[in-house]
Design a protein around this ligand. Structure first.
Ligand SMILES: C[C@@H](C(=O)O)C(=O)SCCNC(=O)CCNC(=O)[C@H](O)C(C)(C)COP(=O)(O)OP(=O)(O)OC[C@H]1O[C@@H](n2cnc3c(N)ncnc32)[C@H](O)[C@@H]1OP(=O)(O)O
Ligand SMILES: [Co+2]
Length: 134
């Protein structure tokens, strides 16, 4: 069901510093910051040859990453995003097997303009999973 690794997301305490580090120290191709108000985050995408890194910084008071950054003040790997062909079919299969789909359960439009859903980290070995329909 899951396909390519679309991105690995890292929550960071200083978005500008993290983006500069990937660009200057690690020599990566870093895109401009992008506000995602529907998701409560500002993102910076970094293009790698085989996948992307998504730097995450809270946007607004009720950002879903506030708690994570409180627990991990120097930042940390926040989620992995896998591509799926049919996000509704994927959601229904996962729900029927007992996995918790976060939020309303309806896909939201993600940072690439495509539908996304999140799965509870406690149901996947402590790893928050994002699914993106491609
Ligand atoms: C723009 C878009 C895109 O790419 O297109 C994005 O990625 S938006 C990316 C941001 N959006 C999201 O993350 C949306 C989905 N996330 C959520 O609904 C939430 O963040 C939850 C995953 C439910 C966590 O909620 P909350 O921060 O309130 O924490 P909580 O206290 O309820 O956490 C319950 C337990 O899960 C753990 N926990 C929390 N966040 C975690 C994470 N990212 N990875 C692994 N474990 C995590 C906590 O440490 C705690 O464990 P213990 O009890 O053992 O201490
Ligand atoms: Co993401």
């Amino acid at each position: 069901m899951i396909g390519k690794l679309n991105h690995v997301a890292i929550a960071v305490p200083d978005l500008q510093a993290a983006a500069a580090q990937y660009e200057n120290t690690l020599g990566a191709t870093v895109r401009a910051p992008q506000d995602e108000p529907d998701h409560g985050v500002t993102v910076v995408f970094i293009d790698l040859p085989n996948t992307k890194i998504e730097l995450l910084y809270p946007l607004g008071d009720d950002s879903p990453i506030n708690g994570f950054l409180e627990k991990n003040p120097s930042g940390g790997i926040h989620h992995m995003c896998f591509e799926v062909e049919d996000i509704i079919a994927a959601r229904d299969k996962l729900k029927s097997e007992g996995a918790r789909v976060l939020g309303s359960g309806e896909p939201k439009i993600g940072a690439h303009g495509k539908p996304v859903l999140f799965l509870h980290p406690k149901d996947f070995n402590g790893c928050l999973i994002e699914l993106e329909q491609v």
